[in-house]
Each structure stands twice: as structure tokens, then as C-alpha cells.
Design a protein around this ligand. Structure first.
Ligand code: URP
Ligand code: ZN
Ligand code: ZN
Ligand code: ZN
Length: 497
């Protein structure tokens, strides 16, 4: 099939600049950028007209859980369905999570996820690895993953008591290890002990429906954990990435830390940027349950726009989706007890359009910031840049031709995901991907998928990117503790045993 493509007449939009230009692709990489490009040998070159359209780096979704075995179920969108939906929405790379059970090997989890994903992915991907318990073996395995498997990010859970949660001592140890290895410490920031107590209280009051899920864990439970993670990361001088930022309070803790020069990144998700938590009170149980995820969407209806503004001004850094889909019948395990509803919702297909609509079309951010928060900054943090996240000569040809004026209406009836419900149902979005190119191949065009399982590759990553390293290094210089030079104490020493 086609391995030479000339994209003509579009506006190239990167995270920091826009310019009218052609883009020439050969063998999966960008070979040339310029006005009126004429390939040396025009035979076999497919020309795509992009006039009036934007030519952007494919989206990078920093947070998915495809075919994730979780809460007595397995998320229904697997690596094939999930990445197919991703490219249909203009995302050309996902970062999923390999998560071991407590007591289990991190390397085995990594191998398991690789074995699931490699044969199925329709676009490139990489993996964060979960640290769900602590021991010398875990410490050693983090080293192997970082040095031999291309993992430079680990996720620690402050919630999901008994399943994944670790405490401050282990957070301190794992963050220190991340620092040593040049890896980003990621946290699920919610206080799991308080959630467990809150849940017991709700159930004892007879509140068993999805509204209990939000009420048992108000936003201060998320903010407290966010602040605690920031404190611990700061003490060991490790870069911190707070995943799925769902509340104003958590975002505020992140913004304040950044103002103090701390190296903290916040990741709001497509859902927290566009819908609120009032759905948990919906009369239809399946509708309410579809929105159950941790941390929850917040009932305060001004939250989504507030988070979008912080994303626009740089207080928050990147966007993922936390795509972790369970169909109504899977969610129904928790029909009599909200604590048993598998947590997670969709987004991998809709993130780009949702952020264009709520961010750019609404006037909150410009097209360059859109590219930055959907692709470039993720590539920089996770050390994929400039291979990913930029349209530049030598970069991977992961490119989307984007129509900023066309609209589409999001619906479970027409989406490409396996899940039967879409939390963005009925949302009309300006900003539509016309053509998605992954590794130099057209994988989606004018509504038709040409995605092929196994086309994508696992992308290994090196330790700390310059982007992260410079920030950490600056702080290390300010924060180096130095002992006071003094005469040794020569007097009496009294101790009681
Ligand atoms: O509810 C969620 N977020 N499900 C996926 C697992 C996680 O905590 O990210
Ligand atoms: Zn999480
Ligand atoms: Zn609703
Ligand atoms: Zn997640």
C-alpha cells in the first residue's frame, strides 16, 4: 500500500507555531516540509488536498485502560477496538497502564500487557507500569523496566484500598526510586481510607445508587491526596504527574505547587473537561452508572470550564481520557451497591473533538495550545519528543488532517467503541478529523476506517526528557540540604533504657 503521501495546501499547526505548508511523507516519517513541494519522483505519490484544513500532530492519549481486568470485570474495549476508535478520533498514540496485583511481578504485568497489545494495536502505544505494593523486588524490577524495557513512568495508587492502594512510606520509597531512575511518578490521588469510610456511611444510610459514589468521596478527598503526593514528591525531588484531575480543588493544589517551582503536571481528562457529576443523580440507573469513575465527575457545574481555563493557561499540562469502558451489563454487578460498579468511562475516540469544541471553539484556547495539550506536552513529558508531538522533518508521520469548522454529534450509535454507552452522548462538536495517518499510512479517511491490528508498535522511552530534567535539576540546586559545620558535643549524654 501507499508509503508516499504529499499533503498539500494545509495549515501546519504545532504546539508553538502555525504556517501554511505542504508536508511530504515517505516510509512512515516526515521527509519534507515546505511551500509547493514537488517530490523528486512523483510516481506512486498519493496527493491529499488539505486546503482550508489544519495539519496537526496526531493526538497522544496519556491515559487508557484497554481490556483492563478490574473490579471483577474486564474493560470491554480491547487493544484493537480501543486503538481503532482512537484513530477514528484523531489520536495516533495511546499510553496504557500495565498494573500488577499486589504481591505480583511488575515485569510479568508488563509482559502480559505487551502480549495483549502488540498483536492488536492499530496505532503506536507505550506503557506506564503500576506500583501497587512495595518490596526490594519491586524496587529492582522498576530498574529493569526503566533500563531494559523503555518504561519511564510508574503509577502509584493512593486509593482502591486492599486492591492497589499504597501508603506514604511506600509512596516515599517509590517516588525516590523514580527519581533515581529518571522516571515520572504518576499518582491516582484520592484518599482510599476516607473513601472506604465514606462508602460504609452511605450504604448504612441506604444510599446504594451511583450518587453514593460521588457523595462518599467529595472533592477534598481528591485535593488532600493531591497535596500529599505533591509534598512527598517535593521531598524526594521527583517529578510528579497527577492523573485524571477531576476537581477544582485538586487543580488548585497543582497550580499552587507549580507557582512554587515544583515539578508537577496535571492531567484533566476529556470527561472532566466537558461534563459534570450531576449525571450520578439521573433517574435511569444505567445512565448514572455509566459515569462512575474514580475520582468522580464533580456536581459543581462550573468545574469543566474551570479546568479548561487552567489547561489553557498552563496550570494543567496535558489531556488523557482514562478510557476504561464497561457496558451496562458489566456495570450492573453493582446495581445494588455502588461500591461494586466497575469504575471507568469512555473518551479515547472523542477527546480531540471534545477539547476542540469546549476549548478552542468556545474561545478559551488557541489552535497551538490545543496541539500542545493533546499531543506535544505529553510527548515532551514522556520523552517521545520530537519523534511524536510535532510535525517536523524526521518525526514519525502520525498526522491528522483536521477540519476546524465541520461538526459531528457524538453518539454510542455511531462511535467505533465496543461499549454501549457514550458519556458525551448528544454533544455537538466542531473539530473533526478528516484523515488520520499512523506511521505514514492512512488509517482513517472521511469516516471510513482502514485500521489494521498489529500496525502499531510499542515505543520504548528513555529516562527523563530534557523538558523534565531541566526543571528537576533547577530544583535540586535550590533544595540541596547541607550539614552545619560545628564542634562535636563533648558534654555528658544521658539516656534512659
Ligand atoms: O475509574 C477509573 N479511573 N478507572 C480506571 C482505573 C483508574 O483508577 O485509573
Ligand atoms: Zn486512577
Ligand atoms: Zn445525564
Ligand atoms: Zn486510569
Amino acid at each position: 500500500s501507499q508509503n508516499k503521501i504529499l499533503i498539500k495546501g494545509g495549515k501546519v499547526v504545532n504546539g508553538d507555531c502555525s504556517f501554511l505548508s505542504d508536508v511530504y511523507i515517505e516510509d512512515g516519517v516526515v521527509k519534507d516540509i515546505g511551500v509547493n513541494l514537488k517530490p523528486a519522483k512523483p510516481e506512486g505519490v498519493r496527493v491529499i488536498d488539505a486546503s482550508g484544513k489544519l495539519v496537526i500532530p496526531g493526538g497522544i492519549d496519556t491515559h487508557t485502560h484497554l481490556q483492563f481486568p478490574f473490579m471483577g470485570s474486564q474493560s470491554i474495549d480491547d487493544f484493537y477496538q480501543g486503538t481503532k476508535a482512537a484513530v477514528a478520533g484523531g489520536t495516533t498514540m495511546i499510553i496504557d497502564f500495565a498494573i500488577p496485583k499486589k504481591g505480583c511481578s511488575l515485569i510479568e504485568a508488563y509482559d502480559t500487557w505487551r502480549s495483549w497489545a502488540d498483536a492488536k494495536v492499530c496505532c503506536d502505544y507505550t506503557l506506564h507500569v503500576g506500583v501497587t505494593w512495595w518490596s526490594d523486588k519491586v524496587k529492582e524490577e522498576m530498574g529493569v523496566l526503566a533500563k531494559e524495557k523503555g518504561v519511564n513512568s510508574f503509577k502509584m495508587f493512593m486509593a482502591y484500598k486492599d486492591l492497589y492502594m499504597i501508603h506514604d512510606t511506600e509512596l516515599y520509597a517509590s517516588f525516590s526510586r523514580c527519581k533515581e531512575l529518571g522516571a515520572i511518578a504518576m499518582v491516582h490521588a484520592e484518599n482510599g481510607d476516607l473513601i472506604a469510610e465514606g462508602a460504609k456511611k452511605m450504604l448504612s444510610m441506604g444510599i446504594t445508587g451511583p450518587e453514593g459514589h460521588e457523595m462518599c468521596r467529595p472533592e477534598e478527598v481528591e485535593a488532600e491526596a493531591t497535596q500529599r503526593a505533591i509534598t512527598i514528591a517535593s521531598l524526594v525531588s521527583c517529578p510528579l504527574f497527577v492523573v485524571h484531575v477531576m476537581s477544582k480543588s485538586s487543580a488548585k493544589a497543582i497550580a499552587n505547587a507549580r507557582k512554587e517551582g515544583k515539578v508537577v503536571f496535571g492531567e484533566p481528562i476529556a470527561a472532566s473537561l466537558s461534563i459534570d457529576g450531576t449525571h450520578y443523580w439521573h433517574k435511569d440507573w444505567s445512565h448514572a452508572a455509566a459515569h462512575v469513575m474514580g475520582p468522580p465527575l464533580r456536581p459543581d457545574p462550573s468545574t469543566p470550564e474551570h479546568l479548561m481555563r487552567l489547561l489553557a493557561n498552563g496550570d494543567l499540562s496535558v489531556t488523557g481520557t482514562d478510557n476504561c469502558t464497561f457496558s451496562t451489563c458489566q456495570k450492573a454487578i453493582g446495581k445494588d451497591d455502588f461500591t461494586k460498579i466497575p469504575n471507568g468511562l469512555n473518551g479515547v475516540e472523542d477527546r480531540m473533538s471534545v477539547i476542540w469544541e469546549k476549548g478552542v471553539h468556545s474561545g478559551i484556547m488557541d489552535e497551538n495550545r490545543f496541539v500542545a495539550v493533546t499531543s506535544t506536552v505529553a510527548a515532551k513529558i514522556f520523552n517521545l519528543y520530537p519523534r511524536k508531538g510535532r510535525i517536523a522533518i524526521g518525526s514519525d508521520a502520525d498526522i491528522v488532517i483536521w477540519d476546524p469548522e465541520a461538526t459531528r454529534t457524538i453518539s454510542a450509535k455511531t462511535h467505533h467503541q465496543a461499549v454501549n454507552i457514550n458519556v458525551f452522548e448528544g454533544m455537538i462538536c466542531h473539530g473533526v478529523p478528516l484523515v488520520t495517518i499512523s506511521r505514514g499510512k492512512v488509517v482513517f479517511e472521511k469516516g471510513v476506517l482502514h485500521a489494521v491490528a498489529g500496525h502499531g508498535k510499542y515505543i520504548p522511552r528513555q529516562p527523563f526528557s530534557d523538558y523534565v530534567y531541566k526543571r528537576i535539576h533547577q530544583r535540586d540546586q535550590v533544595c540541596q540540604p547541607v550539614a552545619v559545620q560545628r564542634e562535636p558535643y563533648k558534654g555528658e549524654v544521658i539516656s534512659i533504657s
